[in-house]
Design a protein around this ligand. Structure first.
Ligand code: PLP
Length: 427
């Protein structure tokens, strides 16, 4: 039965039969038993469906992947050990040495490094582009060997909004899929497939888990990209896989080709699985995701308005705020609100930013975002510490930028905390 996103958060995935456990069980087992060798052989030939080894598939993980898949409106999904693994697999599933892809330069620092440094060592080249450029300018970055376009729904840490329609058209005009990291918005606030994205990735470590207990990732396929129509670009999906009995994924699995290949090949060879125990925690987080996202957005908007009104605050970026440069895109793609993360600067730059942060009582300094507890980080002194001021500017990270992840506490308490810390600043 068709249901709304809030109901999907609760009911999708694990669907117990008569007398089965109501809550998703943790299948804490590496392996699964068969009566005949023939039954097991069929699994290896991908002729029958079933479990044989948890590195490839596990019932707990599959139930949670199925829930996220339903929430995004996809046809297939897989869990990974982290968001990093999800983004790596999402690209590596269709790119090999000699290939090229395009990514927005406003993305999570870890992904920037993965694409720009580690994947380069594998012979895969990434061109980072300014995502605010008009389509005619972006057009120039495509090459004959370009295989994908990548962006983030809400950019971390600069909290810009991705223009899905602009990038989906560009990608599809060049016969390549659009891959979007939807971590910050979550499918509660934005469903990229409705705007033309083909593949979605998540760091489930953030809002989906929501309580800071387990690192994890997920990849979801919309099933909309036609690999066979662009046969020569994606030989990994459209020609026989010698390492898997000569199967041609796109022919044999149709809309399920991309996730089947990522499981059968990448998970088999690289093994970045999520543990069933972590998948269980993730599922608990998903059950309240819709409630938490609503409160995160309410609180963040109130905090953004408060900061904006303060003499000692130099600037505030939060796309839900009227007048923000990304406000129109936010209204279009995230009509219910963006997320709880905002960025701002205090007057006096680096030194006052540090003084302000050290004075806070509830809000804690953490290398983390997007969970129930309010936390903050000063990229210039923490995550981006190794960069010079010029490099920071290039990455769009101002030296005074503070990334504030607004939690689900009482907002009056949060504002009082920010107020007393601002009062302590001596300009
Ligand atoms: C945190 C994050 C990642 C990396 O995820 P991990 O689970 O930490 O590996 C990727 N993308 C975005 C947008 C993130 O915020």
């Amino acid at each position: 039965m068709n249901s709304n996103i809030e109901t999907k958060c609760i009911h999708e995935g694990w669907k117990p039969g008569q007398g089965e456990p109501r809550q998703l069980p943790i299948y804490q087992s590496t392996t699964f038993k068969y009566d005949t060798s023939e039954q097991m052989g069929k699994l290896f030939d991908l002729e029958a469906e079933g479990y044989f080894y948890t590195r490839l598939q596990n019932p707990t993980n599959d139930a949670v992947a199925a829930k996220i898949c339903a929430m995004e409106g996809g046809v297939g999904a897989m869990l990974t050990s982290s968001g990093q693994a999800a983004n790596f697999y999402a690209i590596f599933n269709i790119c090999e040495a000699g290939d090229h892809f395009i990514a927005s330069s406003s993305i999570y620092g870890g992904t920037y490094n993965l694409f720009g440094v580690s994947m380069k060592k594998m012979g895969i080249e990434c061109t980072f582009v300014d995502q605010t450029l008009p389509a005619e300018e972006l057009e120039k970055y495509f090459k004959p060997n370009t295989k994908a376009v990548f962006g983030e729904t809400i950019t971390n840490p600069t909290v810009g909004i991705f223009d899905f329609e602009k990038f989906a058209k560009l990608a599809h005009d060049h016969g390549v899929p659009l891959i979007v990291d939807n971590t910050f918005a979550t499918p509660v606030n934005c469903r990229p497939f409705e705007w033309g994205a083909d593949i979605v990735t998540h760091s489930t470590t953030k809002y989906m888990d929501g309580h800071g207990v387990s690192v994890g990732g997920c990849i979801v396929d919309s099933g909309n990209f036609d690999w066979m129509a662009n046969k020569e670009k994606f030989p990994g999906l459209t020609t026989p896989d010698d390492s898997y009995h000569g199967i041609t994924y796109a022919e044999r699995f149709g809309k399920g080709a991309y996730i089947t290949k990522a499981t059968a090949q990448l998970m088999r060879d690289f093994g970045s699985i999520q543990s069933p125990q972590n998948a269980f925690y993730l599922n608990m987080g998903l059950e309240s995701l819709h409630l938490r996202m609503e409160r995160h957005c309410q609180n963040a908007l109130a905090v953004a308005k408060f900061l904006k009104s303060q003499e000692k605050v130099a600037w505030v970026h939060y796309a839900d705020l009227e007048g923000d440069e990304y406000h129109e895109l936010a209204k279009k793609y995230c009509p219910k609100g963006t997320c709880g993360v905002l960025a701002f600067g205090v007057k006096g730059g680096r030194a006052t930013a540090i003084q302000f942060m050290d004075s806070l009582k509830f809000a804690s300094i953490e290398t983390h975002v997007a969970d129930a507890k309010t936390c903050l980080l000063h990229p210039a002194s923490h995550t981006h510490r190794q960069l010079t001021d010029e490099q920071l500017e290039e990455a769009g990270v101002a030296t005074d930028l503070i990334r504030l992840s607004v939690g689900i506490e009482n907002v009056d308490d949060l504002i009082a905390d920010l107020q007393q810390a601002l009062d302590k600043i001596t300009l």
